[in-house]
Design a protein around this ligand. Structure first.
Ligand code: AMP
Length: 459
């Protein structure tokens, strides 16, 4: 694969190259070197690349070049039909892609918009009715707009299925098929996917026309810049092990906290773990499907601004997050699918930056870990970890001072009926608890043991 040293070789319009110079892009990434000439040639492309490789510019720059001739100053919506459609699995990825495309197109008259569910449809409808040339959409919300006749796709000449594997995982195939059936037959089609299941191959066969396959990393293999480690833990001390790893490995040489993404398998774990870590002194917050779009955006922004250092996330919520140079990913739960493991650790070691991925494994994860090892073609060394229990840390002066200060805003939605309700002791414990904390419920401060899952005083 030819590697280009700069963006001038592609023959892109000056306004596009100026915009990317302003963004600080000087050398194309491998996926950009490979994909840009092919897309400019008009070929259908199947890109084996995950977020973090620079794929957005890989399709975004040639896309702009190809529709640039349609830019105009007219205020008539009819003069600004959708020319390029990018389908995204999540709101976050749609937002990030729209932000990137807006920057690439900043010196042109082309208009960019993103539409996705979970937010008021009306402002989106208004933007669509005014006309946009480049539309980024999640499938369900796009269908809503099409039903409301807020836009039409009859002039689309380029379609991109971004993170196609994730869209299939999320059950979007019927929606995607409905959208594709409303597009002109003659158009250029691109598809990006980090993993290649038989379903993805089938979709590619149906959707792409004599495609060129562009691979930037070995299929289903994690980027080589990521060091991966595995720790065997007991279910009972998983939280302790996480806190220990965050302390031992979650700081840079100067003792500053590293931006860390912690993956869990369930929304409720995300919420509880983030709260537990806050109480442990970490600047943590969670991002999961039960939080409103506004909360997710705010949390993501805080993470990007280093106000939150430890972000606990579910797979779906973390999908597509573009956080430059994320140094550390921790799998608190082993993912149920091996391909999710590749996606998760792909959040670190991005764009050539070295990353670290740590995974906690309990005895019940053996089968899933074997599946991961098979997929990535590597056997983990099973390391042991002997964490200081969280409850004992409170009396240990070594842990009494915390460099962290961030307290995420407590919102209505984040109230957890289990975690936030006062501990109700069992009858046998009642006497002791009352004598410790006093009979008034108002003054009751939840015990740490309760935070660990409602265990009794002496457990
Ligand atoms: P993507 O995989 O498209 O989400 O891009 C990952 C990150 O790499 C984004 O923050 C981009 O702004 C950045 N990026 C993409 N291409 C380049 C490039 N050629 N030079 C420097 N940074 C880039």
């Amino acid at each position: 694969m030819e590697e280009f040293q700069d963006f001038l070789h592609f023959g892109l319009d000056k306004r596009i190259t100026e915009a990317i110079t302003e963004l600080g892009y000087s050398k194309p990434t491998p996926i950009q070197s490979a994909a840009i000439p092919l897309v400019l040639e008009g070929r259908d492309v199947m890109g084996a690349a995950q977020t973090g490789t620079g794929k957005t510019a890989g399709f975004g720059l040639p896309l702009l070049q190809k529709i640039l001739s349609f830019e105009n100053t007219s205020v008539s919506p009819a003069r600004h039909p959708v020319r390029a459609l990018i389908l995204s699995p999540t709101r976050e990825l749609a937002d990030q892609t729209a932000e990137a495309l807006t920057q690439f197109a900043s010196k042109t008259l082309l208009k960019v918009a993103a539409v996705y569910g979970g937010v008021d449809i009306r402002p989106q409808a208004e933007a669509l009715r005014k006309g946009v040339e480049i539309l980024i959409a999640t499938p369900g919300r796009l269908l809503d707009h099409l039903e409301q006749r807020n836009t039409t796709l009859s002039q689309v000449q380029m379609v991109i299925l971004d993170e196609a594997d994730r869209m299939l995982d999320m059950g979007f195939l019927p929606d995607i098929s409905r959208i594709l059936s409303r597009l002109p037959v003659s158009k250029q089609n691109l598809m990006f996917s980090a993993t290649f299941s038989p379903e993805i191959k089938r979709l590619a066969n149906n959707f792409l026309n004599n495609p060129v396959i562009v691979e930037v990393a070995k299929r289903n293999a994690a980027a080589t810049t990521i060091s991966q480690e595995l720790f065997e833990v007991d279910e009972t001390n998983k939280k302790d092990a996480l806190a220990e790893l965050l302390r031992a490995r979650g700081e840079d040489q100067d003792g500053n906290p590293l931006q860390t993404l912690v993956f869990v398998n369930a929304k409720i774990t995300a919420r509880r773990l983030a709260r537990l870590l806050q109480r442990e002194g970490f600047n943590s917050d969670s991002i999961h499907g039960d939080r409103t779009q506004e909360e997710r955006s705010r949390t993501l922004q805080s993470f990007k601004e280093n106000k939150v250092n430890v972000l606990v996330a579910t797979d779906v919520a973390a999908r597509g997050l573009d956080i430059a140079e994320l140094p550390l990913v921790i799998n608190y739960d082993v993912p149920l699918s091996a391909e999710d493991y590749v996606h998760r650790i792909g959040r670190t070691g991005r764009a050539g930056v070295k990353g670290l991925a740590l995974t906690l494994m309990t005895s019940s994860d053996a089968r899933n870990v074997s599946a991961i090892e098979k997929l990535i073609g590597k056997t983990f060394l099973r390391q042991k970890i002997d964490p200081v229990p969280i409850r004992r840390r409170y009396s240990n002066p070594r842990f009494s001072k915390s460099p962290y200060s961030y307290k995420p805003p407590v919102t209505e939605e984040s109230v957890d009926p289990f975690f936030d309700s006062p501990y109700v002791p069992s009858r046998s414990e009642k006497r002791i608890v009352e004598s410790e904390v006093g009979p008034s419920k108002d003054k009751y401060v939840p015990r740490v043991s309760v935070l660990l899952g409602g265990r009794g005083k002496n457990s």
